[in-house]
Design a protein around this ligand. Structure first.
Ligand code: CTP
Length: 402
């Protein structure tokens, strides 16, 4: 199993790093916690030693014969800094070597993941923005902080992402995926849209959003900036993604077209409702006295994928566009025949085809699929976790981006 150095800097969110130690050790990894002096003001040495089962030091003048300031970084498979305060980001960007954590960052040749946490003003300050840009340029994975309640009564961008989300990003780095999307902007749609009939009822579908979330996580692991347009997804958002929540197909359409203008790739894993009620009843529709069921008139929704392709072709926008197809074979053709026809109809570069006979795929963590390319290639992705499929999709996208 891997050796992880967990740097903890001095912020209130240091207590959340205690759970991160648990998540790493329970997955079988060896964890050495390296707090800063300021971090020990928030969570004491005893907690880190008990949780990691290892001695903890902050400076470079303890156990000097073991040369810890060099050895820790050299032996690490991954360095995670959570929380990374504005001060720690600045010290790392400047290449300072004042304590054990900054020394370790300078000697590490493994992937480095930083999870910033600070007040919104500090996160948005030009100095912090520049430090984050410098670190990212050097290949450090700096997660965007979550938006929400901060210390005290204020809220905004700056919260430490949940430990589970930081751990997921860490495990992706350990899995060694290439950073072939570094510097790329990608848009992923996820979930299923809802078309409301009245304030309580809607037409919807069974899409859980799992594949879209796996795509967003995989793109982040490969270095992309990710916008996740999430339609009614009840799962936790991936750490580091910008999430745009939508409800209806029209909401999804507007958000996707707007973000596609600046994107290098758009992957449309969401299942938009194809139809919407022609009218929305402001009050709940009552059962009728004559015992008759109401008739609901439906209108066709626009095909967003086709519109994204059209917008791209009509402008200087460049995104590679990837569609999904949930198909069943029938008397008219096999799953693949229907899918090839759909790829041609939609005009996208890649189509990821799921066979949904018997309702397989929905709400499950694993699936099998075929990736069809407009150039005529067919690539079968064997049954496995949706994150493996996500990485295969990004591998194809990265090749197309060149
Ligand atoms: N899609 C879309 N807008 C819609 C419906 C679907 O952008 N209104 C996208 C989905 O996100 C997916 C792809 O189109 O990437 C394929 O969806 P699917 O529902 O299989 O396509 P349809 O053309 O609706 O298929 P069919 O005609 O077989 O129902």
């Amino acid at each position: 199993m891997s050796e992880i150095v967990l740097g903890v800097s001095g912020g209130v969110a240091a207590y959340k790093a205690a759970l991160l130690v648990r998540l790493f050790t329970e997955s079988g990894h060896g964890v050495t916690v390296v707090p800063t002096e300021a971090a020990l003001e928030f969570v004491g040495r005893a907690t880190w030693e008990a949780l990691s089962g290892r001695p903890v030091q902050t400076g470079v003048f303890e156990h000097v014969h073991e040369v810890p300031h060099v050895r820790l970084g050299q032996n690490a498979d991954l360095v995670v800094v959570a929380p990374a305060t504005a001060n720690t980001l600045a010290r790392a960007a400047a290449g300072m070597a004042e304590d054990l954590l900054t020394n370790t960052l300078l000697t590490a040749r493994c992937p480095v993941l930083m999870a910033p946490a600070m007040h919104t003003e500090m996160w948005e300050h030009a100095a912090t923005r520049a430090n984050v840009a410098t670190l990212r340029d050097r290949g450090v994975s700096v997660l965007d902080p979550a938006v929400g309640r901060l210390t005290g009564s204020d809220s905004g961008a700056g919260r430490l992402p949940e430990p589970e989300q930081i751990a997921a990003a860490a495990f992706a780095l350990l899995a060694g995926h290439p950073r072939d999307l570094a510097g790329r902007q990608v848009v992923v749609t996820a979930g299923g849209t809802r078309e409301y009939l009245d304030p309580v009822r809607y037409l919807g579908n069974r899409s859980s959003g799992l594949q879209g979330i796996a795509l967003a996580e995989a793109a982040i692991a490969r270095g992309a900036s990710v916008t996740l347009v999430a339609a009614n997804v009840s799962l936790p958002a991936p750490a580091g993604a910008q999430v745009v929540e939508v409800v209806s197909t029209e909401d999804l359409r507007q958000a996707t077209l707007a973000h596609a203008e600046r994107a290098d790739a758009v992957v449309m894993a969401a299942a938009p409702a194809d139809f919407r009620p022609v009218s929305f009843a402001d009050a709940k529709i009552k059962k009728r006295a004559d015992g008759q069921a109401p008739t609901i008139e439906l209108a066709l929704n626009p095909d967003i994928l086709v519109e994204v392709v059209r917008q791209r072709d009509a402008s200087s926008a460049v995104p590679v566009v990837v569609g999904f197809a949930a198909e069943t074979g029938d008397a008219q053709g096999t799953v693949l025949e229907h899918a090839r026809a759909k790829l041609a109809r939609k005009g996208c570069e890649l189509l990821v085809v799921n066979d949904v006979s018997d309702g397989k795929v929905f709400g499950r963590h694993d699936s099998e699929a075929v990736i069809l390319s407009a150039g005529g290639e067919t690539h079968e992705v064997p049954f496995g976790h949706k994150s493996a499929l996500a990485h295969e999709i990004w591998r194809h996208v990265a090749t197309l981006l060149g």
